[in-house]
Design a protein around this ligand. Sequence first.
Ligand SMILES: N[C@H](CCC[C@H](N)C(=O)O)C(=O)O
Length: 262
Amino acid sequence: MKAKLELNFYKYQGTGNDFILFDNRSNFFPKEDTSLVAFLCDRRFGIGADGLILLENHESSDFKMVYYNSDGNQSTMCGNGGRCIVAFAKNLNIIDSETNFMAVDGIHHASIEGTIVKLQMIDVSDIQSREKYSFLNTGSPHHVQLVSDLDNLEVQLEGAKIRYGIYGKEGSNVNFVSQLNDDTFSIRTYERGVEGETLSCGTGVTAVALAMFQNQKTKSNQIKVVTKGGELRVNFSSKGSVYTNVQLIGDASLVFKGSISC
Ligand SMILES: N[C@H](CCC[C@H](N)C(=O)O)C(=O)O
């Protein structure tokens, strides 16, 4: 018989990508219980979210981020989740306006002003360009493909075909893109581990900005990306095909807090 848990949680969203966050500095959370994570993320039977994030102590940085997709499994870096945990750490008075925190892909510097969080992403140096798409890793794996009619695309269907058809069990996130003007793109993303379209995907937005620059669709290194959940900006430096000082910038805020018995 599993012991009853009374869990105090915080619900955050970053441009519509939504997460359940726990202050797990006391290590109370049963981190191997994937069915609990999937239940909490369930939009009918649980709280509902695209993912779940634990904030934990870390010996040499302000805190550690542990990320789970809504399927219950721990996964690779989440850019929007990274922006939300910075807002969470600020609200917990763990940080002021700047921070360095540990995540699955290493240390991230970030700053927060109001609800706008600027998150440094990993350097990117391996963008694989094919005839119809690019593949790169911005902390999570991303397929990036320009399409003609983004608004009417069946993202669930077409995204799953690519996620399973090209990338197999390991999978990839799948981003469909249209160019609005020289420095602005619109995207829709099928997210691995959610196995569906999310309103935005931070590592996906970052991947689109870098792939569009690499493929000479833009000359700007300050890119605006329009998602269903709002606008994000990606700034970066480039030297040849190496991208550094990659900054993901946008809104992240608390929606509500609560407790759940399970
Ligand atoms: N679903 C992604 C992780 C979360 C990415 C997304 N929520 C973001 O904001 O970067 C994966 O398993 O690769």
